[in-house]
Design a protein around this ligand. Structure first.
Ligand code: HEC
Length: 193
């Protein structure tokens, strides 16, 4: 009886041992190496998404231009008649490429056209047009300048740029013009001879 109780006790409560069992050094080393490898891997393989993965746009492409964009204004306001190529529509809408009105040495010619529009016979590249060119007087000086500069340097044109100050001067000088220019009759004098 005594004996079997002693055995029972031994089974339930094993002899206590002194100290705790240390984690084996091998395991610690392996964990350490894994951590080192993880950090090293993160460090060497970190690669911010390259722009080429998407549509090539970078942050700068989304910046809002501080000044008026002549190309955008042209697309929004002129393409319907003068076409994206600036070639116009034969007999109806005159071309802006190689036009004597666009390429005149004085950008004021085109500024006048945009500020007041044209109504009446207008000769462009030897072809006579007789339509209605609407005015864009509601546009700011900056916008007209951007448009004129854009058209004068697009579609094969290589005429000089202009600025808002020049547009303001022309606006002031022609403020008494209450109706559209009468084509050649009003504007012809401004062309290079
Ligand atoms: C509703 C159609 C229409 C729109 C929109 C229009 N134009 Fe015109 N444009 C004409 C017509 C028509 C003429 C010729 C007028 C005539 O026959 O008397 C003309 C003439 C011109 C001329 C002088 C002739 C030439 O071909 O060089 C210029 C420059 C011009 N337009 C620039 C512009 C610009 C820049 C815009 C946009 C801001 C614009 N036009 C928007 C119809 C349009």
């Amino acid at each position: 009886m005594n004996d079997s109780r002693f055995n029972q006790q031994r089974r339930e409560q094993p002899e206590p041992q002194e100290g705790s069992r240390p984690v084996p050094k091998v395991v610690l080393t392996v964990i350490g190496l894994l951590l080192l490898w993880a950090v090293f891997h993160l460090y060497t393989s970190f690669n911010p998404m390259p722009a080429s993965v998407g549509d090539d746009r970078v942050a700068a492409d989304f910046a809002v231009p501080a000044t008026a964009d002549g190309g955008q204004l042209y697309t929004a306001n002129c393409v319907a008649c003068h076409q994206a190529s600036g070639a116009g529509v034969p007999g109806v809408f005159p071309p802006l490429s190689k036009s004597e009105w666009v390429d005149a040495s004085d950008p004021g010619v085109m500024i006048r056209i945009l500020l007041h529009g044209i109504h009446g016979p207008l000769t462009v590249e030897g072809v006579q047009y007789n339509g209605e060119m609407p005015n864009f007087a509601r546009f700011s000086d900056e916008e007209i300048a951007a448009l004129v500069t854009y058209v004068r340097s697009s579609f094969g044109n290589t005429a000089s740029a202009t600025d808002a100050k020049t547009v303001a001067q022309v606006r002031e000088a022609t403020q008494d013009q209450k109706s559209p220019w009468k084509g050649d009759e009003d504007l012809g004098l401004l062309l290079d001879k």
